[in-house]
Design a protein around this ligand. Structure first.
Ligand SMILES: [Zn+2]
Length: 294
């Protein structure tokens, strides 16, 4: 009887263990939806990846909230782009020992890490998730860091990152080909977020509508923009997080079409697919613009 009971208890214990397997999972935080999407693809479904900044908000002027401090304190690790993107979180995240900045552009100082000097056509852009090549690098970096945090699963993370990278690799030629139609498109970007995307597709904007996303354009900037748009056709791209009236003011009665770019993925469910959906959406808007303004 005793023997039987012990066996029964052991069986219960073992099935209990099996139920909680894997015993070790990571509690991760990622700041913006496209980055969250990349981390979700590299981490396993058993890992938790919390999205910090909803897509409806610009990461450039997003401020820390008390509830976020708890998320950050409880996290095994935090992924962000860097102080020039999530400027409002820069202080908190720079102090967090287990935070990892993934942007290739970490050079500028953080004191005025806004987009002030954003109009310099530097293709080492802080919005690197809009480039396939930079995203593939980010996937590798994420796998590397996760492997340090959980060495027992290092190879698994590498493999998952490679799979995600292959998905991008398969889509890249068709995106490149579609973007050919936009190679001569004249367009204006709302803020200077597209350097990495533009470099990858060999295109460039006419001008930036809101040079500093944290302050309204000056009347001097607006009149320069009007001059730049004078007598032109093409597309002015607004963004869901930023006030579109500056675009309307600058365009006036010029025959320039207004279209929306969605670099953060407002239109998509957060998750593994979001990043690819954001890139596909970018290509779609550019090619539609090229078709209507031809
Ligand atoms: Zn930006």
């Amino acid at each position: 009887m005793l023997y039987h009971n012990t066996l029964g208890r052991m069986a219960t214990l073992i099935s209990g263990l099996a139920l909680c397997w894997p015993a070790w999972s990571l509690n991760l935080v990622a700041t913006i939806p496209p980055l969250h999407s990349l981390v979700v693809q590299v981490a396993e479904p058993s890992d938790q990846v919390t999205l910090l900044i909803p897509a409806s908000q610009s990461p450039h002027n997003f401020a820390m909230r008390p509830s976020m401090a708890r998320d950050l304190a409880q996290a095994d690790g935090v992924f962000w782009m860097g102080p020039n993107l999530e400027t409002g979180l820069a202080r908190a995240l720079s102090q967090q020992a287990n935070s990892v900045a993934l942007s290739s552009d970490q050079a500028s100082n953080t004191d005025h890490g806004h987009h002030d000097d954003h109009d310099h056509h530097d293709h080492e852009d802080i919005h690197g998730w809009l480039s396939v090549r930079q995203s593939q690098q980010m996937l590798q970096d994420i796998a590397h860091v996760l492997g340090q945090w959980d060495p027992t699963r290092a190879e698994l993370f590498e493999r998952r990152a490679e799979q995600a990278s292959h998905k991008l690799e398969r889509l890249f030629p068709q995106w490149t080909e579609q973007m050919q139609s936009a190679s001569t498109l004249r367009y204006w970007v709302f803020h200077d977020a597209y350097g990495a995307f533009e470099a990858e597709h060999g295109i460039d904007h006419q001008a930036v509508i809101q040079i500093n996303v944290n302050s309204n354009p000056s009347s001097r900037q607006l009149s320069a923009l009007r001059g730049n748009m004078q007598g032109q056709t093409g597309c002015a791209f607004i963004e869901p997080q930023l006030d579109p009236r500056w675009a309307r003011l600058a365009i006036g009665d010029q025959p320039i079409e207004i279209r929306t770019l969605d670099p953060l993925g407002v239109a998509h469910q957060p998750g593994a697919e979001l990043h690819r959906n954001v890139l596909a959406g970018m290509v779609q808007v550019f090619t539609e613009c090229a078709a209507i303004t031809h």
